[in-house]
Design a protein around this ligand. Sequence first.
Ligand code: NAD
Length: 300
Amino acid sequence: MILRTAHWTVIPSVAKESNSMRIIDGKAISQAVKDEVRAEVAAIEAEGKRKPCLCVIIVGENPASQVYVRNKVKAAAYTGMESMLIELPATVSEEELLGKIAELNADPAVDGILVQLPLPKHIDEEKVIDAISAAKDVDGFHPSNVAGLWLGKDCVVPCTPAGVMRLLDSTGVDLSGKTAVVVGRSNIVGKPVAKLRLDRNATVVIAHSRTADLASVCRQADILVAAVGRPGLITGDMVKPGAIIIDVGINRTPEGKLCGDVDFASCSEVAGWITPVPGGVGPMTIAMLMKNTLRCYRSK
Ligand code: NAD
């Protein structure tokens, strides 16, 4: 029997008698987030005010980036906010791109600026991120926002980590005193995920490519987040019974199928909660981008 609720699906585990494994439904939760934004945008419009505007810049023709950018613009349209898509050729110079960003920084009608990464090799990504006004940095990658996060200030939080927290919140589990492991130490996922869970009083561990005995570190986790980019790295024998598992990884199998860093089949036998790929963290990232755009609009 499968019990479906608004945000998760309960599958009684065959491995345990007293516990049920629940799939955290990122699609449903991201829809709820987008609907919250949509209602707020409608209220802004009803007051006769200017609507929030997100500007997305894409450089070159990376097919994966094109899909991400299209989905971001589509989500913005769904929420009712304005959006602008600026497509620049792969040959655009760093100077021209920085010039475009300066123009958008100065434009009062633009609330959020996102430059889709990765950029062509001749452009310094760090320079580009630094050039975006922190007040319009909807990705939360600008050094001021990164510092703000680590200093506990009110700032823009990167979309994927914010989405991970929203998924965790949907379980209703209090993180205080829990052991929270994140595998991966990138600036855009691993480190901010660790800080956000530290803020909830979890005991935080950041594991990475040099971690000795990753399996035993993961087995300590009440909450396990995988953000590595290696299909099936986390297997059921690495999971504490009843743990919450959030799979951030986006990988492709040799057959071209999307998969995460977590071996879903074996881990779902042990976990208490788990996100699928696709349909877990992926849609949350875009939904939180909409939240961040609204936040930048409001903090003007
Ligand atoms: P990254 O390549 O910057 O970092 C990967 C991290 O994994 C590194 O810190 C490294 O130390 C660690 N690592 C590598 N091999 C390891 C191993 N064998 N054992 C333990 N740790 C290991 O990656 P990222 O940008 O943080 O992305 C991670 C994954 O998340 C990728 O699959 C990416 O596509 C995905 N991602 C998904 C979303 C989303 O919206 N769902 C957003 C961002 C990233």
